[in-house]
Each structure stands twice: as structure tokens, then as C-alpha cells.
Design a protein around this ligand. Structure first.
Ligand code: PLP
Length: 364
């Protein structure tokens, strides 16, 4: 039987690029190349004992200029949940922002996998909150709020880089937060689902905004950056990863054919493609922002420092755009519309979407 290579309803209309999430994009050719290379190399040991996984782990250690411990899992929810569980006992707590993915979009995964560690949502004040950021002062307020044994003891600070609002912490901001964390014996977790986009913006060495800045564990996102699937959990402090492989296995996150998750990373790490993919996505978001800024009635909700544009549109315009088949989220990070660019978003797609937004607003 001959199978079509497109989904049944894939008209030109449905095949257009969308701005809902960077995970709408497929895998980049370089990731596909190494995926196929791993497949073409025949049998290999299972559960991560293969040469591909070793090679990619070594490459990641070189990338971070650090002898760190690395694990591969299927998705970001598992990466965050398991990393946090490894840093906490069940009576501990994790300080984060109200818009943190671990708080709003992981279905209680961090609490579940840690057997109950509570997430403490910090109020960082209007300025930082508008950027989706945590501050040292907010961390300290949370830590000092209670110190009795009736309250879950703060143990970890979790920050997202780039943030859920498409902003980026500077190296100095990260250092200030980790300094406060260390002062109170807290570990620091970084949700890096879009770590690449942040590093592309900062232009710094990836070590400068992670372990050299005091981050203990990074969940390094690959999926949104161009992999088919998979995130790397990077423990810069190896003492924190004890028994982590058991956690991964118990959570159903240990890929038996792990080489198909790890090998595609070679494509991302070769010639720093992870950074050029991210730079492209960021540039497309910048292009979209510039075009939207020309439309009367547009109100932006956050600066565009990575690959997202947040804007407020009138409801009828939203309905018109969605009626016309454009996909984007309205519920992410506290309202407004989120337009996300990916490694493969084209200038033509940005231009077509910006024109559609202009049209939808004009009709009001
Ligand atoms: C996408 C994303 C994740 C990972 O989500 P999964 O769907 O579980 O892979 C984690 N954190 C942030 C900030 C994200 O945007």
C-alpha cells in the first residue's frame, strides 16, 4: 500500500508555518542526519551504553567547559521534575515565579516526582514580574518568611532562561540570584527549555550564565531548538546527580534505544548549530515585532529578547486570525497573545502573519 507523505487534511492552508510554539517545527536537517547515521550504524548497546550517547555527552562537556554529569530524557517536564526531585526531599520547597513552567504547565510533575516538595511562588514586584523574572530580594523574602518546621523548607531556586515571557536574564542578574541562593544554602535549577535562545541573545559562553554564574543543574532544551525529541539534564555539581539514572528509569524516561535521542544532538553541537538555530528564531521574532509595531492598536506585553513576541489584541481580531487558520496561544504566561518563532520560521511566514494581523485589526 502506498502511503501519502502528508496528513490527510494537509492543504496549503494547513501546511503554513504557525506561531503557537517553537515545538510546532520539525527537526532540523542536521539532527535528522545524525538520527539516520545512528540508525545506519547497525546494532548498538541499549539504555545509554552506546558510543553515540558517550560522544554527545563528551561534546556537551566540551560545550560547557566542565566535567559535568549528563542525562537524556524525552521532554522538559520530566527534565525539570526529575532534576528538582533530585535536589529536594519531600519536605523541601522550590522558589519560582508565578509564570514558571514548573508552576503552570507541568501538571504537578515537580511535586509528584519529589513526593510532595512544594513550589513557592515568589512575588518579585511589578517590574520583575512584568518580565517574568525572579529577583534576589524576592528569593530572600521567601526564605525569611518562615523558619519554623511547620513550613516546607526552601531548598531550591528555579529560574527559566530565556523566561516564559521571552525575556533573558543577564549574567549579572543570574549571579545575583545564585549569590542570594547560596547565602541561604539553596541550590539553583535553570529551566533551559529555551536556553539556546538566551545564550544567542547574551552572546556569552554557555558556562558564563550557568555553572560559572552559580547554577547547579540545567535542563537544556533540545526539542524547541531543532531536535525531534529530547532534553539534556546537565548536573554541573556531580554530587547532586547520585542515583539520577534510577529516577529517570522509574519515571519511564529511560529510552532503551537512547542513541536516537542522543545522536541528533551531534547535529546541534557541531559548528554551534544550537546557537545559529536560536539566533535565527530570535531574529524572526525581532522581525515580527518590528512589523507588528507598525500596526495601530497593537500593545506589546513584554520586551522581545528571545524568540517570542507577546501582544494584546482585541478579541474580534484574535477570532478573525484564528478563524483564518492561524495558530497561537492566548493562555501562556498570564494572558495576551504569544507569537513564537522557531529555528525554521521563514521571513515570508513572518511577513504573511504580520500582514494577517494588520488585516484583522483593520476590520475592527
Ligand atoms: C516547553 C517548555 C518546557 C518543556 O515542556 P515539555 O512539553 O514537557 O517538553 C519547559 N519549560 C519551559 C519554560 C518551556 O517553555
Amino acid at each position: 500500500m502506498q502511503l501519502e507523505d502528508t496528513p490527510p487534511q494537509a492543504t496549503d492552508h494547513a501546511r503554513r508555518q504557525h506561531f503557537a510554539s517553537d515545538n510546532y517545527a520539525g527537526m532540523c536537517p542536521e539532527a535528522a542526519h545524525w538520527f539516520n547515521a545512528a540508525n545506519g550504524s547497525g546494532h548498538a548497546p541499549a539504555y545509554g551504553d552506546d558510543a553515540w550517547t558517550t560522544r554527545v555527552s563528551d561534546r556537551l562537556r566540551e560545550t560547557f567547559d566542565k566535567d559535568c554529569d549528563i542525562y537524556f530524557v524525552f521532554n522538559g517536564t520530566a527534565a525539570n521534575s526529575l532534576a528538582l526531585a533530585s535536589l529536594c526531599q519531600s519536605y523541601h520547597s522550590v522558589i519560582c515565579t508565578p509564570v514558571a513552567h514548573i508552576e503552570t504547565d507541568e501538571c504537578g510533575g515537580p511535586e509528584f516526582f519529589s513526593n510532595g516538595s512544594k513550589l513557592l511562588v515568589a512575588d518579585a514586584g511589578p517590574d520583575a514580574a512584568a518580565l517574568g523574572k525572579l529577583t534576589p530580594a524576592a528569593v530572600e523574602t521567601m526564605v525569611l518568611k518562615r523558619n519554623d518546621l511547620h513550613y516546607p523548607k526552601p531548598k531550591v531556586v528555579s529560574i527559566t532562561q530565556s523566561t516564559e515571557l521571552g525575556t533573558v536574564y543577564s549574567v549579572e542578574e543570574v549571579k545575583a540570584i545564585t549569590a542570594m541562593a547560596k547565602q541561604h544554602q539553596l541550590k539553583v535549577h535553570m529551566d533551559g527549555a529555551r536556553f539556546a535562545n538566551a545564550v544567542a541573545t547574551l552572546g556569552c559562553h554557555p558556562a558564563d550564565v550557568t555553572w560559572r554564574a552559580g547554577v547547579d543543574v540545567l535542563c537544556f532544551g533540545g526539542t524547541k531548538n531543532g531536535l525531534p525529541v529530547g532534553e539534556a539534564v546537565v548536573f554541573f555539581d556531580r554530587t547532586l546527580s547520585e542515583d539520577f539514572s534510577y529516577r529517570v528509569k522509574q519515571a519511564g524516561q529511560l529510552a532503551s534505544k537512547m542513541r536516537f535521542i542522543s545522536a541528533p544532538w551531534l547535529g546541534m553541537l557541531e559548528s554551534n548549530l544550537w546557537l545559529s538555530n536560536a539566533r535565527h528564531a530570535n531574529a524572526m521574532a525581532q522581525r515580527l515585532r518590528e512589523q507588528l509595531a507598525l500596526i495601530p492598536g497593537i500593545k506589546f506585553l513584554a520586551p522581545t529578547q528571545a524568540n517570542a513576541v507577546f501582544a494584546q489584541l482585541p478579541k474580534p481580531a484574535i477570532d478573525r486570525l484564528q478563524g483564518d487558520g492561524w495558530r497561537f496561544y492566548e493562555f501562556i504566561a498570564g494572558g495576551g497573545c504569544r507569537f513564537m518563532c522557531a529555528w525554521d520560521t521563514t521571513e515570508a511566514s513572518v511577513d504573511a502573519f504580520a500582514a494577517a494581523v494588520a488585516q484583522a485589526l483593520k476590520a475592527d
